[in-house]
Write a protein that binds this ligand. Structure first.
Ligand SMILES: *Cc1c(COP(=O)(O)O)cnc(C)c1O
Length: 389
């Protein structure tokens, strides 16, 4: 029976080997708390990897990091925030937590990320509809592919908007030799179970100066003033990472650079597989990497236009892969198409809608075995078959 086969996941955790040593250190010191050496050391490792361009605060999730970044950007009730439409809902939800309005921006076709040429239009829309300039803008590096940050930063500066760089999928990616996460006013990382490195759940907020990072740490620990009786002048949050999970993070930092290489090797393998299918009359496209960008290739994604692929659709590929216990997934459904954001304003939408209609994420774990690669290759060769009418 086919169900005897173990499932091949889209992106699964891949431990480096030393994680349990650092977890044990938390137990040995009894710092089973959102305080301790592992937290400080995990932050120091992140800062070192990012060449001390930023100050890191590790948190309970990437979503928490986005929420704190928006608070520090001054987003409040009735404000507006520009958000890339083609993304995971966590990029946009914190706008709603704050009683503000997201305005969604379509993608360009060069990296599939926020189209910088649409920013002026979105700002004009914000002024016309809500009577104010947006407080912040949230570009996303989709599947690890860097957005056009120079142009985005330039337009954001022109309009006085804070840039919150959602690098949740892009730890290890670079843009003109600078690390994703260090390119905006704030950077956000995620260590959720499916990301390139994981602490099971967790995230980090990256700030440009230590005063900002101190404020992030303060807000993330219930906005507790340094007084013995717990003085509070502001509303706080319980968003700090556990010292136990930070131990996993240290072990994962040791292997991040290798994971980036592994995922890029995955990408090359898929290029070879689909290159071989060209002689059968199939032409899939990959997410383009522009000169100066280097994606961590967190997920390898393809576009399948039925007209260039003998009528084959992504729905059919997805179904056939699922039948073989191989997990694939469509691209993120654009936020402007989501029922929860149906009242939100947007500029454009046709590009992200087309990407959603024809895009598919392929299994991209860094610990795929040769046997799993054989199953994936065989499945794709069956589905993109030579005797399709
Ligand atoms: C995973 C992800 C997040 C949220 O991170 P969590 O740690 O799961 O809260 C935010 N934005 C994008 C684009 C993501 O992929």
């Amino acid at each position: 029976m086919a169900s005897e086969l173990s499932k091949i996941w889209l992106s699964k955790p891949h431990m480096g080997g030393n994680e349990q040593y650092f977890i044990q250190k938390a137990f040995d010191s009894n710092w089973i708390a959102p305080v301790g050496d592992n937290i400080r050391n995990f932050e120091a490792f992140i800062e070192l990897y990012l060449m001390h361009e930023v100050h890191a605060t590790v948190l309970s999730s990437g979503t928490a990091a986005l929420h704190l970044a928006m608070i520090m950007a001054g987003v409040g009730p009735g404000d507006t925030v520009l958000v890339q439409s083609l993304t995971f809902s966590a990029s946009a939800n914190p706008v709603k937590y704050l009683g503000a309005h997201p305005i969604f921006i379509d993608s360009e076709t060069r990296s599939w990320n926020l189209d910088p040429d649409r920013i002026d239009e979105a700002v004009a829309l914000s002024k016309a509809r809500y009577g104010k300039t947006p407080k912040a803008i949230v570009p996303v590096h989709l599947y690890g592919m860097p957005a056009e940050m120079d142009a985005i930063n330039e337009r954001a500066k022109h309009h006085g908007m804070v840039v919150i760089e959602d690098a949740a999928e892009a730890f290890g990616s670079t843009y003109h030799r600078r690390d994703c996460g260090t390119l905006g006013d704030f950077g956000v990382l995620s260590f959720n179970g499916n990301k390139i490195i994981t602490t099971s759940s967790g995230g980090a907020l990256l700030c440009k100066d230590s005063a900002m990072a101190d404020r992030a740490k303060y807000l993330a620990t219930q906005a507790r003033m340094p007084a013995n009786h717990y003085e509070h002048e502001e509303v706080g949050y319980n968003y700090r990472m556990s010292n136990v999970l930070a131990g996993i993070g240290i072990g994962q930092m040791e292997v991040l650079a290798i994971r980036v290489e592994d995922r890029n090797i995955n990408h090359h393998r898929y290029k070879q597989i689909f290159g071989g299918l060209r002689e059968r009359g199939y032409h899939v496209q990959f997410q383009p990497e522009s000169p100066g960008s280097r994606s961590n290739r967190w997920l390898t994604t393809i576009l399948v236009d039925p007209e260039q692929n003998r009528g084959l659709t992504v729905a059919e590929i997805n179904r056939e892969m699922e039948r073989r216990q191989i997990e694939c997934r469509p691209l993120w459904k654009p936020m402007h198409m989501q029922p929860v954001f149906q009242d939100a304003e947007r500029v454009g939408g046709a590009v992200s809608e087309q990407l959603f209609a024809q895009g598919l994420c392929l299994p991209s774990s860094s610990n795929l075995t040769e046997a799993e690669w054989e199953r994936i290759t065989k499945a794709l060769e069956d589905i993109f078959s030579s005797d399709r009418p």
